[in-house]
Design a protein around this ligand. Structure first.
Ligand SMILES: NC(=O)c1ccc[n+]([C@@H]2O[C@H](COP(=O)([O-])OP(=O)(O)OC[C@H]3O[C@@H](n4cnc5c(N)ncnc54)[C@H](OP(=O)(O)O)[C@@H]3O)[C@@H](O)[C@H]2O)c1
Length: 240
Protein backbone atom coordinates (compact mmCIF):
# COMPACT_ATOMS: atom_id res chain seq x y z
CA UNK A 1 0.00 0.00 0.00
CA UNK A 2 1.61 3.24 -1.15
CA UNK A 3 -0.12 6.37 0.10
CA UNK A 4 1.13 9.00 -2.34
CA UNK A 5 1.69 6.42 -5.08
CA UNK A 6 0.32 8.44 -8.00
CA UNK A 7 3.45 10.60 -8.39
CA UNK A 8 7.17 10.92 -7.76
CA UNK A 9 8.77 8.55 -5.28
CA UNK A 10 5.58 6.63 -4.55
CA UNK A 11 5.01 6.03 -8.25
CA UNK A 12 8.58 4.76 -8.67
CA UNK A 13 8.06 2.43 -5.71
CA UNK A 14 4.90 1.05 -7.30
CA UNK A 15 6.80 0.41 -10.55
CA UNK A 16 9.53 -1.41 -8.63
CA UNK A 17 6.98 -3.60 -6.82
CA UNK A 18 5.17 -4.51 -10.03
CA UNK A 19 8.48 -5.28 -11.73
CA UNK A 20 9.18 -8.03 -9.17
CA UNK A 21 5.71 -9.52 -9.52
CA UNK A 22 4.35 -8.28 -6.18
CA UNK A 23 1.02 -6.56 -5.62
CA UNK A 24 0.63 -2.82 -5.04
CA UNK A 25 -2.19 -0.44 -4.20
CA UNK A 26 -1.52 3.21 -4.93
CA UNK A 27 -3.46 5.85 -3.01
CA UNK A 28 -3.97 9.57 -3.60
CA UNK A 29 -6.68 12.23 -3.49
CA UNK A 30 -7.15 12.74 -7.23
CA UNK A 31 -8.87 9.90 -9.14
CA UNK A 32 -7.74 11.23 -12.54
CA UNK A 33 -4.12 11.40 -11.39
CA UNK A 34 -4.40 7.84 -10.05
CA UNK A 35 -5.83 6.70 -13.35
CA UNK A 36 -2.97 8.30 -15.29
CA UNK A 37 -0.49 6.64 -12.91
CA UNK A 38 -2.21 3.28 -13.39
CA UNK A 39 -1.94 3.55 -17.19
CA UNK A 40 1.73 4.53 -16.93
CA UNK A 41 2.48 1.62 -14.56
CA UNK A 42 0.53 -0.91 -16.61
CA UNK A 43 2.38 0.12 -19.76
CA UNK A 44 5.77 -0.37 -18.07
CA UNK A 45 5.03 -3.53 -16.05
CA UNK A 46 6.35 -6.90 -17.28
CA UNK A 47 3.65 -8.91 -19.10
CA UNK A 48 1.23 -10.45 -16.60
CA UNK A 49 2.23 -8.19 -13.70
CA UNK A 50 -0.03 -5.23 -14.53
CA UNK A 51 -3.05 -7.00 -13.02
CA UNK A 52 -1.34 -6.79 -9.61
CA UNK A 53 -2.05 -3.05 -9.36
CA UNK A 54 -5.06 -1.43 -7.71
CA UNK A 55 -5.84 2.20 -6.99
CA UNK A 56 -7.78 3.86 -4.18
CA UNK A 57 -8.84 7.43 -3.50
CA UNK A 58 -8.23 8.69 0.03
CA UNK A 59 -7.01 11.87 1.72
CA UNK A 60 -4.43 11.07 4.38
CA UNK A 61 -5.62 14.08 6.36
CA UNK A 62 -9.09 12.56 6.83
CA UNK A 63 -9.26 9.81 9.43
CA UNK A 64 -12.60 8.51 8.12
CA UNK A 65 -11.04 8.06 4.67
CA UNK A 66 -8.14 6.07 6.13
CA UNK A 67 -10.54 3.95 8.16
CA UNK A 68 -12.49 3.11 4.99
CA UNK A 69 -9.31 2.50 3.01
CA UNK A 70 -7.90 -0.12 5.36
CA UNK A 71 -11.25 -1.66 6.26
CA UNK A 72 -11.96 -2.17 2.56
CA UNK A 73 -8.77 -4.01 1.67
CA UNK A 74 -7.37 -7.44 2.44
CA UNK A 75 -4.21 -7.98 4.50
CA UNK A 76 -1.40 -5.56 3.69
CA UNK A 77 2.22 -6.63 4.22
CA UNK A 78 3.91 -3.25 3.88
CA UNK A 79 2.73 0.35 3.93
CA UNK A 80 4.75 3.23 2.50
CA UNK A 81 3.70 6.84 2.95
CA UNK A 82 5.02 9.50 0.57
CA UNK A 83 1.99 11.81 0.61
CA UNK A 84 2.33 15.43 1.63
CA UNK A 85 0.48 18.64 0.90
CA UNK A 86 3.05 21.38 1.44
CA UNK A 87 1.11 24.03 -0.48
CA UNK A 88 2.00 27.40 1.02
CA UNK A 89 4.01 25.78 3.79
CA UNK A 90 7.35 27.30 2.72
CA UNK A 91 7.05 30.70 4.38
CA UNK A 92 9.10 32.92 6.67
CA UNK A 93 7.78 33.01 10.20
CA UNK A 94 7.03 36.73 9.79
CA UNK A 95 4.38 35.81 7.19
CA UNK A 96 3.19 32.62 8.76
CA UNK A 97 -0.06 31.22 7.35
CA UNK A 98 -1.32 28.86 10.04
CA UNK A 99 -3.79 27.18 7.68
CA UNK A 100 -0.99 26.08 5.32
CA UNK A 101 1.12 24.96 8.28
CA UNK A 102 -1.76 22.87 9.67
CA UNK A 103 -2.30 21.27 6.25
CA UNK A 104 1.35 20.23 6.23
CA UNK A 105 1.10 18.84 9.76
CA UNK A 106 -2.16 17.04 8.99
CA UNK A 107 -0.86 15.41 5.82
CA UNK A 108 2.69 14.56 6.86
CA UNK A 109 2.72 14.06 10.65
CA UNK A 110 -0.78 13.43 11.97
CA UNK A 111 -1.66 11.55 8.77
CA UNK A 112 1.28 9.22 9.36
CA UNK A 113 0.08 8.43 12.89
CA UNK A 114 -3.45 7.77 11.63
CA UNK A 115 -2.14 5.49 8.90
CA UNK A 116 -0.34 3.49 11.59
CA UNK A 117 -3.52 3.35 13.68
CA UNK A 118 -5.74 2.03 10.89
CA UNK A 119 -3.21 -0.10 9.01
CA UNK A 120 -1.90 -2.09 11.98
CA UNK A 121 -5.04 -4.25 12.48
CA UNK A 122 -4.75 -5.70 8.97
CA UNK A 123 -0.97 -6.14 8.92
CA UNK A 124 1.00 -9.29 9.80
CA UNK A 125 3.55 -9.06 12.62
CA UNK A 126 6.27 -9.38 9.96
CA UNK A 127 5.03 -6.24 8.18
CA UNK A 128 6.49 -2.76 8.00
CA UNK A 129 5.44 0.85 7.77
CA UNK A 130 7.82 3.33 6.15
CA UNK A 131 7.35 7.10 6.24
CA UNK A 132 9.13 9.82 4.24
CA UNK A 133 10.80 12.74 6.02
CA UNK A 134 13.40 14.84 4.19
CA UNK A 135 16.66 16.77 4.16
CA UNK A 136 14.93 19.94 5.42
CA UNK A 137 15.15 18.45 8.92
CA UNK A 138 18.96 18.44 8.67
CA UNK A 139 19.66 21.35 6.30
CA UNK A 140 16.87 23.78 7.11
CA UNK A 141 16.52 26.79 4.82
CA UNK A 142 15.08 30.21 5.59
CA UNK A 143 11.37 29.97 4.89
CA UNK A 144 11.37 26.25 5.57
CA UNK A 145 11.01 26.15 9.34
CA UNK A 146 7.69 24.31 9.43
CA UNK A 147 8.86 21.76 6.84
CA UNK A 148 12.03 21.19 8.90
CA UNK A 149 10.01 20.80 12.09
CA UNK A 150 7.50 18.36 10.61
CA UNK A 151 10.22 16.19 9.05
CA UNK A 152 12.06 16.04 12.37
CA UNK A 153 8.89 15.28 14.30
CA UNK A 154 7.95 12.52 11.87
CA UNK A 155 11.26 10.78 12.58
CA UNK A 156 10.61 10.99 16.33
CA UNK A 157 7.10 9.64 15.80
CA UNK A 158 8.48 6.69 13.86
CA UNK A 159 10.99 5.83 16.59
CA UNK A 160 8.25 5.79 19.21
CA UNK A 161 5.92 3.76 16.98
CA UNK A 162 8.69 1.23 16.33
CA UNK A 163 8.59 0.43 20.05
CA UNK A 164 4.85 0.69 20.51
CA UNK A 165 3.88 -1.34 17.44
CA UNK A 166 6.63 -4.00 17.65
CA UNK A 167 7.18 -6.52 16.21
CA UNK A 168 5.70 -4.55 13.30
CA UNK A 169 8.62 -2.47 12.01
CA UNK A 170 8.45 1.29 11.52
CA UNK A 171 11.12 3.20 9.60
CA UNK A 172 11.70 6.45 7.73
CA UNK A 173 13.36 7.30 4.43
CA UNK A 174 14.86 10.79 4.44
CA UNK A 175 15.38 11.94 0.85
CA UNK A 176 17.62 14.73 -0.31
CA UNK A 177 16.60 16.70 -3.40
CA UNK A 178 14.87 14.33 -5.80
CA UNK A 179 13.67 15.24 -9.29
CA UNK A 180 9.91 14.73 -8.96
CA UNK A 181 6.87 16.80 -9.97
CA UNK A 182 6.93 18.50 -6.56
CA UNK A 183 9.74 20.71 -7.91
CA UNK A 184 7.49 22.04 -10.68
CA UNK A 185 5.37 23.56 -7.94
CA UNK A 186 8.30 24.77 -5.81
CA UNK A 187 10.56 26.20 -8.53
CA UNK A 188 8.46 26.40 -11.70
CA UNK A 189 10.61 27.26 -14.71
CA UNK A 190 13.63 27.56 -12.43
CA UNK A 191 13.47 23.84 -11.57
CA UNK A 192 16.28 22.63 -13.85
CA UNK A 193 18.66 25.41 -12.80
CA UNK A 194 18.00 24.81 -9.08
CA UNK A 195 18.45 21.05 -9.36
CA UNK A 196 21.60 21.43 -11.51
CA UNK A 197 23.14 23.82 -8.99
CA UNK A 198 22.42 21.40 -6.15
CA UNK A 199 23.87 18.48 -8.17
CA UNK A 200 27.19 20.33 -8.39
CA UNK A 201 27.34 20.71 -4.60
CA UNK A 202 26.53 17.11 -3.74
CA UNK A 203 29.17 14.41 -3.15
CA UNK A 204 27.07 12.13 -5.38
CA UNK A 205 27.38 14.67 -8.23
CA UNK A 206 23.69 14.53 -9.05
CA UNK A 207 20.29 14.99 -7.45
CA UNK A 208 18.19 11.95 -6.68
CA UNK A 209 15.91 10.06 -9.03
CA UNK A 210 12.61 8.67 -7.71
CA UNK A 211 14.04 5.18 -8.32
CA UNK A 212 16.84 5.87 -5.78
CA UNK A 213 14.19 6.41 -3.12
CA UNK A 214 12.14 3.41 -4.26
CA UNK A 215 15.18 1.19 -3.74
CA UNK A 216 15.57 2.49 -0.20
CA UNK A 217 11.91 1.75 0.59
CA UNK A 218 12.32 -1.78 -0.73
CA UNK A 219 15.44 -2.31 1.39
CA UNK A 220 13.63 -1.24 4.56
CA UNK A 221 10.61 -3.40 3.73
CA UNK A 222 12.74 -6.46 3.01
CA UNK A 223 15.16 -6.34 5.96
CA UNK A 224 13.40 -7.77 9.02
CA UNK A 225 16.10 -6.50 11.39
CA UNK A 226 15.70 -2.80 10.62
CA UNK A 227 13.24 -0.85 12.73
CA UNK A 228 13.16 2.63 14.24
CA UNK A 229 15.71 3.73 11.64
CA UNK A 230 16.07 6.80 9.43
CA UNK A 231 17.67 5.87 6.12
CA UNK A 232 19.25 8.92 4.47
CA UNK A 233 19.11 8.83 0.69
CA UNK A 234 20.46 12.29 -0.04
CA UNK A 235 23.64 12.00 -2.12
CA UNK A 236 25.61 13.31 0.87
CA UNK A 237 23.54 16.48 1.21
CA UNK A 238 23.77 16.48 5.02
CA UNK A 239 27.52 17.12 4.79
CA UNK A 240 27.63 20.02 2.36
N1 LIG B 1 11.14 15.67 -4.11
C1 LIG B 1 12.04 16.07 -3.22
O1 LIG B 1 13.06 16.69 -3.57
C2 LIG B 1 11.85 15.77 -1.75
C3 LIG B 1 12.89 16.06 -0.87
C4 LIG B 1 12.75 15.74 0.47
C5 LIG B 1 11.59 15.15 0.93
N2 LIG B 1 10.58 14.89 0.05
C6 LIG B 1 9.37 14.24 0.57
O2 LIG B 1 9.16 13.03 -0.12
C7 LIG B 1 7.75 12.73 -0.17
C8 LIG B 1 7.32 12.43 -1.61
O3 LIG B 1 7.62 13.54 -2.40
P1 LIG B 1 7.46 13.52 -4.00
O4 LIG B 1 8.48 14.48 -4.50
O5 LIG B 1 7.45 12.12 -4.49
O6 LIG B 1 6.01 14.21 -4.13
P2 LIG B 1 4.95 14.23 -5.34
O7 LIG B 1 5.57 13.82 -6.62
O8 LIG B 1 4.30 15.57 -5.26
O9 LIG B 1 3.89 13.11 -4.91
C9 LIG B 1 3.07 13.30 -3.79
C10 LIG B 1 1.99 12.23 -3.81
O10 LIG B 1 1.21 12.35 -2.62
C11 LIG B 1 -0.17 12.42 -2.96
N3 LIG B 1 -0.82 13.24 -1.95
C12 LIG B 1 -0.63 14.56 -1.69
N4 LIG B 1 -1.43 14.96 -0.69
C13 LIG B 1 -2.16 13.87 -0.32
C14 LIG B 1 -3.15 13.65 0.66
N5 LIG B 1 -3.59 14.65 1.45
N6 LIG B 1 -3.68 12.41 0.79
C15 LIG B 1 -3.26 11.40 0.00
N7 LIG B 1 -2.32 11.55 -0.96
C16 LIG B 1 -1.77 12.78 -1.10
C17 LIG B 1 -0.19 13.04 -4.35
O11 LIG B 1 -1.39 12.76 -5.07
P3 LIG B 1 -2.68 13.75 -4.99
O12 LIG B 1 -2.15 15.16 -5.03
O13 LIG B 1 -3.53 13.37 -6.14
O14 LIG B 1 -3.33 13.43 -3.67
C18 LIG B 1 1.02 12.35 -4.97
O15 LIG B 1 0.67 11.04 -5.38
C19 LIG B 1 7.07 13.94 0.48
O16 LIG B 1 6.81 13.65 1.85
C20 LIG B 1 8.11 15.04 0.38
O17 LIG B 1 7.96 16.03 1.40
C21 LIG B 1 10.66 15.19 -1.27
Amino acid sequence: MIIGGSSGMGLALAASILATGDRATIVGRDAARLDAARKHLEADAPPGNAASLTTAVADIAEESALERLFAGTGPVDHVAVTAVDATGAYQPVSAFDATAARRLIDTKLLGAALVAKHAAPIMPSTGSITFTSGIAAYRPAPGGSMVAAVNGALESLAAALALEMAPLRVNVVSPGWVDTPVWDAIAGEGKTARLDAMAQRLPAGRVGAPQDIAQAFRALMANGFITGTVLHVDGGHRFV
